[in-house]
Design a protein around this ligand. Structure first.
Ligand SMILES: Cc1cc2nc3c(=O)[nH]c(=O)nc-3n(C[C@H](O)[C@H](O)[C@H](O)COP(=O)(O)O)c2cc1C
Length: 206
């Protein structure tokens, strides 16, 4: 994927063409589902809590950032591996019939995960959760993941990479799907983020 390709104009056009839920108007709003899933601006990460970094990365960019989160926190890494890996054709955002286009346009789409389930998920107090932005949101496979776990009592910290889009409400929308946990807004990163900048961000969450 050629980075920097996505301009806001492209994204708007893509959203219009695909009818994807990029816009807040289409997507469920954070306030519509009650306090359990609302973004908790005041939630703080407890540095003594056990931390897990969950990541889905189709082409390796977000995985790079996830590894930097691991380095800065000492957390365990869990990679979401799709049962059916995404091919180059699948990732073609210019093709309205590509797999990713079809999944994005289908709110009920839940791509299957091949990775083993996380047996000790209940033991973690902090979940860092990373994904690429696809049409302004987290990929559907992230919904497969969050709907499979109970985030009660956990602080959840989304992070993402993208061509240009911000993390926006993507984490809040995942929080709504999860239905539990204290989801903070999170942050978009460049895969070249400096270690010191990552460390500073992690500390700012505490
Ligand atoms: C299907 C698809 C849709 C995308 N939609 C957006 C988008 O809406 N905004 C954006 O800035 N980048 C978009 N991108 C670019 C990715 O977010 C970016 O390349 C990301 O860093 C890839 O991460 P990964 O290597 O971990 O999969 C899209 C990429 C794909 C494949």
């Amino acid at each position: 994927m050629k980075r920097g390709f996505f301009s806001l104009a492209f994204l708007t056009l893509a959203c219009l063409a695909l009818g994807a839920s990029c816009a807040k108007t289409d997507a469920p709003s954070a306030s519509s589902e009650g306090p359990a899933s609302a973004p908790a601006a005041t939630a703080k990460v407890d540095p003594s809590a056990k931390a897990l970094v969950v990541v889905f990365s189709a082409t390796g960019t977000t995985l790079k950032v996830a590894n930097k989160v691991v380095d800065a926190t000492g957390a365990t890494l869990y990679q979401i591996v799709p049962k059916q890996e995404y091919s180059k054709e699948d990732l073609d955002y210019n093709d309205p019939k590509s797999r990713t286009s079809i999944e994005t346009n289908d709110p009920t789409s839940r791509p299957e995960i091949a990775s083993d389930p996380i047996a000790d998920f209940a033991d973690y107090g902090t979940i860092y959760i990373g994904y690429p932005i696809w049409w302004g949101e987290a990929p559907r496979i992230m919904e497969t993941f969050v709907e499979a776990y109970d985030f009660s009592g956990k602080v959840v910290v989304p992070f993402c990479t993208s061509g240009s889009s911000d993390i926006a409400e993507s984490g809040a929308h995942l929080g709504e799907k999860a239905g539990s946990g204290e989801w903070i807004k999170g942050k978009k990163f460049s895969p070249e983020v400096e270690d010191a900048d990552m460390k500073a961000w992690i500390e700012s969450l505490q």
